[in-house]
Design a protein around this ligand. Structure first.
Ligand SMILES: *Cc1c(COP(=O)(O)O)cnc(C)c1O
Length: 382
């Protein structure tokens, strides 16, 4: 049997071979393997140079200064550092945090941990389109609101928040704006200055880089303080200690440089393939779009197949690697909290699958997906 067609790019992407090649040059004796914090020999300086080059590549994609990039192990850690690190360092500003019920678990569980520490959290419910409106955010803001955390692109739906409009509301009340942008690089233009973003979480492995590396953008502002969660050698200006993984970091840098140079082409490719997919499903009964495609990235679409159980459908679609929701939930059979969160009825949520495509998806892959669905859906309904 041939390998299944991979349509789960929102869970993770394969590493671009050009990126893997750059990474491999930063591991072995004949490469740049030294500790980038070693100041006593040239090998260390070379590693530091590689790290700083990557820091600039990441900063450039989001319109930041390299000094505003803090390396982390991924977006999960960046989210933890942003929320916990900010709320702990700014107790005097207030203990109220605003977020939404369809954020990634890295935000939801972290906000719940903060509740246990005595913070108060307002959980916003998005509209059916998966977006938080500036008006509902304005209603939730209080004098003691220190931080607002909302995502750029939802990982299950693909829907995009209007970050510029939301940041205006946050700043009008003197609060700080954090954005989980793990799904955004290469899918959406990002400009932290123009969009008014103070803290931004990033990950490499949703954008053709390696797993296990990410970053938190922390705006340079003397009033914006973050308390470290990981203590040690004082790396990353004291915000995140630990020896920097040079190979991971250059992988992320290269991935973000590619997102800058190829993101536009990737978007056009994804849009054409999504259209081909939806056209190919025309005429198949009872297919409902959970994703509002007017306000979403073309790489992700969430579809319900009415009357079916998503898990059984997943089993029937043997030739496809897809997901019933976010990968983190795939062990449980509860309906996706994101679909529930936008008001999708329980039965429809349980009948839903997420299809996510990317740089290496081909027309033939899409045609395989269409053929499998056109076969399995009516067969399972019988
Ligand atoms: C994948 C993802 C994360 C977690 O990122 P890791 O780098 O895997 O820790 C956080 N938020 C969103 C929206 C994601 O899609």
């Amino acid at each position: 049997m041939s390998a299944p067609v991979y349509l789960d790019y929102a869970a993770t992407t394969p590493v671009d071979p050009r990126i893997a090649e750059v990474m491999a040059r930063h591991l072995t004796m004949d490469g740049t393997y030294a500790n980038p914090a070693s100041r006593s020999h040239i090998a260390g300086w070379l590693a530091e140079q590689a790290v700083e080059g990557a820091r600039r590549q990441v900063a450039d994609l989001i319109g930041a200064d390299p000094r505003e990039i803090v390396w982390t192990s991924g977006a999960t850690e960046a989210d933890n550092l942003a929320l916990i690190g900010f709320m702990r360092a700014n107790r005097a500003r207030g203990r109220h945090l605003v977020t939404s019920i369809i954020e990634h678990k890295a935000i939801i569980d972290t906000a719940m941990a903060l509740e246990a520490e005595g913070c108060e959290v307002t959980w916003l419910t998005p509209g059916a389109d998966g977006r938080i409106t500036p008006d509902q955010l304005a209603d939730a803001m209080r004098d003691d609101t220190a931080l607002v955390s909302l995502m750029a692109v939802n990982n299950e739906l693909g829907t995009i928040n209007d970050l510029s409009a939301l940041s205006e509301v946050v700043h009008a009340r003197g609060a700080t704006f954090h954005v989980d942008a793990a799904q955004a690089p290469g899918k959406l233009p990002l400009d932290v200055a123009a969009m008014g973003i103070d803290l931004l979480s990033l990950s490499a492995h949703k954008a053709y880089g390696p797993k296990g590396i990410g970053a938190l953008y922390v705006k340079r502002d003397p009033d914006l303080r973050i308390e470290a969660l990981i203590h040690g050698g004082g790396h990353e200006r004291g915000m995140r200690s630990g020896t920097l993984p040079t190979h991971q970091i250059v992988g992320m840098g290269e991935a973000f440089a590619q997102a800058a140079s190829e993101g536009e082409a990737d978007r056009a490719h994804a849009a054409a393939l999504q259209q081909r997919f939806l056209d190919g499903l025309e005429g198949l009964e009872g297919v409902h779009r959970n994703t509002d495609t007017r306000v979403s990235v073309p790489h992700i679409i969430n579809l319900a197949f009415s009357g079916l159980d998503g898990e059984s459908l997943l089993m029937a679609l043997r030739g496809l690697a897809i997901s019933t929701g976010s990968a983190c939930n795939s062990a449980s059979v509860e309906p996706s909290y994101v679909l529930k969160g936008i008001g999708v009825p329980r039965a429809q949520a349980l009948a839903s699958l997420r299809f996510s495509i990317g740089r290496f998806t081909t027309e033939a892959d899409i045609d395989t997906a269409i053929a499998e669905l056109r076969h399995a859906v009516p067969a399972l309904r019988r």
